[in-house]
Design a protein around this ligand. Structure first.
Ligand SMILES: NC(=O)c1ccc[n+]([C@@H]2O[C@H](COP(=O)([O-])OP(=O)(O)OC[C@H]3O[C@@H](n4cnc5c(N)ncnc54)[C@H](O)[C@@H]3O)[C@@H](O)[C@H]2O)c1
Length: 260
């Protein structure tokens, strides 16, 4: 028998990755391909998705992609159906897509609040809903897997990020609730909680008007950023047979931001 944490082999398995056009989602796609998985990649950003597909070419894996805005339940159900049409199976769902709007709570436009909840919280729910019957049918060691990307903002309050924190605390709770519901069935449901990573979500960071920069310091912690690659490795761990012992876990990789 293969020792725990050793067998990352996903040959013959299929993973659906959202947010695959950039940052952590792209890195996750590359790492899953290196582990042998075939991929169905989804993002709202068509150009970035096409670049990811190009980067995957040398891996020799089969990778299909779909441009979709995951802010509606219908879109979430459709992308899972399309992955199934393409591959006939699904072994892992990696919910990586996400966004943040920083805002003074009293002035945050309703649309920004709703989009944050739709993309960061509702989409993982509806994608999971559509994927679960297929993940339960997976013959992967340890069962099919859902990996949600939460955040250090699932554990702490971050100023000017009430909507984002609500979505990410919610996603953490949802991960654990689903894990409890499926205690007796062959599926594993887990999450990773990154600290700051240098990706588009950070480089496009727009501080709200008249914000107190001392409050914003909480976002960066004392030890700097974490590496996108390290977080992607954790996602692969949880998605692959190496993670067979994980269920209902949220693995923090945040350089100490949530330590206290
Ligand atoms: N970068 C950080 O510091 C950090 C820290 C903690 C958690 N996270 C989380 O990591 C995940 C990945 O983010 P990232 O850092 O790679 O940033 P990123 O902006 O590079 O990637 C996010 C991806 O999600 C996609 N996306 C956004 N809205 C979408 C929608 N409606 N439908 C489909 N796709 C959509 C974007 O197009 C983008 O490709 C997010 O869930 C984010 O909340 C990031």
């Amino acid at each position: 028998m293969t020792a725990i944490f050793k067998n990352h082999d996903m040959t013959g398995k299929v993973a659906l990755v959202t947010g695959a056009a950039s940052g952590l989602g792209r890195m996750t796609a590359l790492k899953l391909a290196a582990a042998g998985a075939d991929l169905w990649l989804v993002d709202v950003n068509a150009d970035g998705l096409a670049e990811t597909i190009e980067l995957l070419a040398p891996t020799g894996r089969t990778a299909g992609s779909e441009v979709a805005d995951l802010s509606s339940p219908e879109a979430c159900h459709a992308v899972v159906a399309h992955a199934l049409e393409k591959f006939g199976r699904l072994d892992a769902l990696c919910n990586v897509a996400g966004l943040i709007y920083l805002a003074n709570t009293a002035q945050m436009p309703q649309g920004q609040y709703e989009r944050t909840i739709d993309v960061n919280l509702n989409a993982p729910f509806f994608l999971s809903q559509a994927a679960i019957p297929h993940l339960l049918a997976s013959d992967a060691e340890g069962g099919g897997a859902i990996v949600n990307v939460t955040s250090c903002a699932s554990y702490i309050g971050e100023a000017y990020a009430a909507a984002y924190c609500a979505s990410k605390w919610g996603l953490l709770g949802m991960t654990k609730a689903m894990a409890m519901e499926f205690q007796k069935q062959p599926i594993r449901i887990n999450a990773v909680a990154p600290g700051g990573m240098i990706t588009n979500i950070i480089t496009n960071f727009a501080p709200p008007e008249n914000c107190d920069f001392e409050l914003l310091k909480r976002f960066s912690g004392m030890r700097g950023q974490v590496e996108v690659e390290d977080v992607a490795d954790l996602i692969v761990l949880l998605a692959s047979p190496a993670g067979r012992g994980f269920h209902g876990s949220c693995l923090s990789l945040d350089a100490g931001i949530t330590a206290g």
